[in-house]
Write a protein that binds this ligand. Structure first.
Ligand SMILES: O=C(O)C1=C[C@@H](OP(=O)(O)O)[C@@H](O)[C@H](O)C1
Ligand SMILES: C=C(OP(=O)(O)O)C(=O)O
Length: 421
């Protein structure tokens, strides 16, 4: 679909969804690899990469800082760098890409000059104060007036040395950001977790794996402490695996329609945390009564929409973090499920309860789903439209953040989509 309409109505298919679909490359790994390649001297070829709003913004920011980022084909980036980022002309404007904003806020401290890291109106309410405080404790002149972007970083060309503490309770991306910048320090840097535990630890594991692939020395001192040597990075060729969060929509479409979709990759071959969702989705329509979403946060909207069709209610716990994603996802999922049918979901503190009703499938319940500029709300509620007639997704183009081909993918599986006002 070239130009997407303001809204799309999904016509429930009268057949199981069957076919072969390759999910796009991982957003998390693509944005790590782009940054690490830019911090390495030489040329790195990244294959299997995601080309979407979040990664295009990261690539553009790196180009602004003097890095050559070429795009020989639809899934590759070729990054050539001196290994240093140069001061950009204007601010780095990064939309609502949490990875780009958080990772670059730390990395630009290695620039000799002033860098403003900014995002759109949604990003400007997503917290970054813990990361700014950690940078300041390393002697870096970083400031954020509101505790959210924009952040002004006045770098002196180095990332400092010594010990830094970080509370990753609101976002694991703060920890990943410090880890990736640390090999550019003046000396060894120790990063220690403090306060609340980090949300999804699997993202830190992804970070460390990517850093090691680019030649960094990362030593795990204990469960919450890492020691980094000032090794810098080595350019390398790097293959990016498909996106596990994107895969959750395909696993969901399969179980909801009784179909078989071949992703070309087994669930246990992913290294991303959201792959854990497959084992839960595979239990549909008898998914557990309590699901801890803390280690598969981006999959929670997918599983919550499936839960509406489960044989019994589901309580999602460990998901407080979802309130500071692209939107408040606990409120959004609850509100939009209730738009389909009042009483279908409720918030209980920071838990989300979905009151399942297997009888929903096959009904027509017209609902215009508000998506809050959040790709995951659009993609997960589209799944409801596979079994309920009358589901209209507003602003379908918002899936471009991580999955621009989402609607084409559904159409390719035989799902009819009708433009709506
Ligand atoms: O490091 C990453 O790539 C990500 C970490 C998670 O965010 P938080 O660490 O902010 O919870 C996740 O929700 C996001 O989509 C990607
Ligand atoms: C939370 C997400 O993105 P980010 O934090 O990278 O903006 C997401 O993709 O679900």
């Amino acid at each position: 679909m070239t130009a997407l309409p303001a809204a799309l109505t999904i016509i429930p298919p009268n057949h199981p969804l069957v076919g072969r679909v390759s999910p796009p490359g991982s957003k998390s790994i693509t944005n790590r690899a782009l940054l690490l390649a830019a911090l390495a001297k030489g040329t790195s070829r990244l294959t299997g990469a995601l080309k979407s709003k979040d990664t295009v913004l990261m690539a553009a920011a790196l180009r602004q800082m003097g890095v050559s980022v070429e795009e020989p084909d639809a899934t590759s980036f070729v990054v050539t760098s001196t290994g240093r980022l140069q001061a950009p002309e204007g601010p780095l404007v990064l939309g609502n890409a949490g990875t780009a904003v958080r990772f670059l806020t730390a990395a630009v401290a290695t620039v000799d000059g002033t860098v403003v890291v900014d995002g759109d109106e949604h990003m400007r309410v997503r917290p970054i104060a813990p990361l700014v405080a950690a940078l300041r404790s390393l002697g870096i002149d970083a400031t954020s007036e509101s505790g959210c972007p924009p952040i002004v970083v006045k770098g002196n060309g180095s990332f400092g040395k010594g010990r830094v503490e970080i509370d990753g309770g609101l976002s694991s991306q703060y920890v990943s950001a410090l880890l990736m910048a640390a090999p550019l320090g003046e000396g060894p840097i120790e990063i220690a977790l403090t306060g609340s535990d980090i949300g999804a630890r699997g993202y830190v594991d992804l970070t460390i794996a990517a850093m090691r692939a680019f030649g960094a020395e990362v030593e795990q001192v204990d469960a919450g402490t890492w020691r980094l040597q000032p090794s810098g990075y080595r350019s390398t060729d790097f293959a990016i695996e498909p996106d596990a969060s994107a895969a959750t929509y395909l696993w969901g479409a399969e179980v909801l329609t009784g179909g078989t979709i071949d992703l070309g990759v087994a669930a246990d071959a992913f290294t991303q945390p959201d792959a854990a969702a497959q084992a839960v989705i595979a239990q549909f329509p008898n998914m557990p009564a309590v699901i801890d979403g803390s280690q598969m946060q981006d999959a929670v909207p997918t599983i919550a929409v499936l839960a509406a069709f489960n044989n019994h209610p589901v309580r999602f716990v460990g998901i407080a973090n979802l309130r500071v994603k692209e939107c408040d996802r606990i409120a959004a999922v609850s509100t939009e499920l209730q738009r389909i049918r009042p009483g279908l979901a409720e918030e209980d503190g920071d838990d989300l309860i979905v009151h399942a009703d297997p009888g929903l499938a096959g009904q027509t319940l017209p609902a215009r789903i508000e998506t809050y500029a959040d790709h995951r709300i659009a993609m997960s509620f589209a799944l409801a439209g596979l079994r309920i007639g009358g589901i209209t997704i507003l602003d379908p183009a918002c899936t471009g953040k991580t999955y621009p081909a989402y609607w084409d993918m559904l159409a390719g599986l035989g799902v009819k989509l009708e433009p709506a006002e």
